[in-house]
Design a protein around this ligand. Structure first.
Ligand SMILES: Cc1cc2nc3c(=O)[nH]c(=O)nc-3n(C[C@H](O)[C@H](O)[C@H](O)COP(=O)(O)OP(=O)(O)OC[C@H]3O[C@@H](n4cnc5c(N)ncnc54)[C@H](O)[C@@H]3O)c2cc1C
Length: 257
């Protein structure tokens, strides 16, 4: 029997930490959260303290700089207690990673510290009523108007929509299918309508919603910057310390708040 697929000592420690976190902070409460449609913000923050909000965000940006395998181990452990919680945190990590990998220095500085700590939670907005698997068929458009974008369209099945603070949105800025898509970061309060999109078995508590960007008012007290900020495809170098990583590997992070 080969051990080429065996987990390393660090990976086992990470898995163990995620299991303990799940057993202490998630499993005992998951059924009640489901029943009451409770969104456990305090649990996100506790997860953020362990580095679980930025698992594969670089250490230079304050993340713990691990890989997708470590992320999968953490998500698997959390899903044992609550699939919805695991899915939220997984999506948040994906959105934070996108900002870290493709965002400008300005964008990273503005959003990443709070996403890393999970003081703010991010959603990922790709799916639309008319485009699921065929993501390149998306229709939500973004038009540059001065220093901001004006969005027009509808997103669907967006986990955490209405609750979360930051929305990483795929939008159409050009005609060519996948070549005409741009990624914008949209902040809560700059999009107008959210409504319940439907229920999914086993993920009842996950507030998937549709975000309607149509008919954005241009006046009447609405903030002018109601669109999003573009993610230029270049790296900046914000220098935040990666204390979580050291804590995680030293095992001190298991002391849960
Ligand atoms: C709980 C939940 C949370 C979600 N959260 C988010 C989120 O946060 N952000 C977000 O953007 N989206 C989210 N989604 C949407 C999810 O990503 C989409 O459901 C997914 O992209 C599939 O799209 P669809 O449902 O429109 O199915 P469709 O694309 O219509 O596919 C229907 C079926 O046809 C099959 N199919 C499609 N195309 C082909 C093909 N070419 N050949 C063979 N078979 C094919 C598919 O495999 C599937 O079985 C969420 C969905 C759920 C259920």
């Amino acid at each position: 029997m080969t051990d080429q697929f065996a987990l390393t000592a660090d990976q086992l420690a990470i898995q163990d930490m995620a299991r303990k976190f799940t057993a202490d902070r998630i499993t005992p409460f998951a059924a009640e959260w489901d029943e009451k449609s409770h969104y456990p913000v305090d649990v996100w923050k506790a997860a953020g303290e362990l580095g679980f909000g930025a698992i594969y965000v670089s250490e230079a940006s304050g993340g713990i700089g691990l890989g997708r395998l470590e992320a999968a181990l953490i998500m698997e452990a959390m899903a044992y207690g609550c699939p919805a919680t695991s899915a939220y945190i997984s999506i948040h990590n994906m959105a934070a990673w996108m900002i870290d990998t493709y965002g400008s220095a300005d964008l990273k500085e503005r959003f990443l510290p709070d996403l890393v700590s999970m003081d703010r939670i991010a959603s990922y907005c790709l799916t639309e009523p008319g485009s699921g698997s065929d993501a390149a068929a998306l229709k939500t458009s973004a038009r540059l108007d001065g220093d901001h974008y004006v969005l027009n369209g509808t997103k669907q099945f967006i986990s955490g929509a209405g609750y979360n603070d930051v929305y990483v949105c795929m939008v159409r800025t050009g005609e060519h299918k996948s070549g005409g898509i741009t990624c914008l970061v949209v902040e809560k309060g700059t999009w107008p309508v959210v409504r319940r999109a439907g229920k999914e078995a086993g993920l009842e508590r996950q507030p998937d919603r549709a975000g309607d960007f149509r008919g954005l008012p241009r006046a009447g007290g609405q903030p002018r910057r109601r669109g999003g900020r573009r993610l230029p495809l270049r790296h900046g170098r914000a220098r935040w310390r990666a204390a979580q990583h050291r804590r995680l590997l030293a095992g001190r992070g298991t002391a849960l708040p």
